[in-house]
Design a protein around this ligand. Structure first.
Ligand code: GSH
Length: 234
């Protein structure tokens, strides 16, 4: 029987199935990247809900796994050399799961690095910038009198959408015919920007028809529809 008791996080979120990959998350754009990946690959896993309304991410148990107090995080009981592996940062988790399963990343070296490049483009650009648009357009920052921060992040988000639009012209997915972790990293954030953040008009989303086409194809995938609801909010 797999024993995960060395991981203090399991005291707050007990593993009913310790032999399965343990996911600590919430269905946010960063969280669903990992639940979608797990649904796409078919790996057995056990999701645990990390609640922000009770500041679960600040608990000592959560911080023992991710000192950066952010979801998503995982423990794979069957990591490299058969030993448990704990990981945080959604991009690192996507690359790890793609390597573990041999799925959703090209197997040739050049294609592999090109895919990782686009994952990094999302991690360093799209995620942080779209997140700032959310803050200044929909949440507390919308009350700020000085509109320059909002303008700055909207302009940067438009620019990033333009880069993505150019990449997707003539391609089914970011890597061409093959759906990869680059798409799984990116499209939850595009969906959030125009859905939850209600910023479609603000960023001129109609100017990015290829981004819209691929977003529609992404959300139509059954594994994506399932992953978007995991872990269940209760
Ligand atoms: N770069 C990190 C970002 C993760 C992140 O920002 N997570 C947010 C939810 S989408 C979070 O946990 N926020 C809680 C907090 O900051 O206290 C990743 O991609 O995993």
């Amino acid at each position: 029987m797999t024993d995960l008791s060395a991981f203090p996080i399991t005291a707050k979120w007990p593993a009913e199935h310790p032999e399965r990959l343990q996911l600590y998350s919430l269905p946010t754009p960063n969280g669903v990247k990992v639940s979608i990946m797990l649904e796409e690959t078919g790996l057995a896993y056990e999701p645990h809900l990390v609640r922000f309304d009770t500041n679960d991410q600040m608990s000592a148990e959560f911080l023992s796994l991710n000192p950066n107090n952010k979801i998503p995080a995982i423990i794979d009981p069957n990591g490299p050399d058969g030993k448990p592996l704990a990981l945080f940062e959604s991009g690192a988790i996507l690359i790890y799961l793609a390597d573990k399963t041999g799925q959703l990343i090209p197997q040739d070296t050049a294609g592999r690095y090109e895919t990782i490049q686009w994952v990094m483009f999302q991690m360093g650009g799209i995620g942080p910038m779209f997140g700032q648009v959310g803050f200044f357009h929909k949440f507390a920052g919308k009350e700020y009198e000085d509109k320059r921060p909002r303008e700055r992040y909207v302009a940067e988000s438009k620019r990033l959408l333009g880069v993505l639009e150019g990449r997707l012209a003539g391609r089914a997915w970011i890597m061409g015919d093959t759906y990869t972790i680059a798409d799984i990293a990116t499209f939850p954030w595009v969906r959030n920007l125009i859905g939850f953040y209600e910023a479609a008009e603000l960023v001129g989303f109609a100017d990015f028809p290829n981004v819209k086409r691929v977003l529609d194809a992404f959300v139509a995938r059954p594994a994506v529809a399932r992953g978007l609801e995991i872990p269940k909010r209760n």
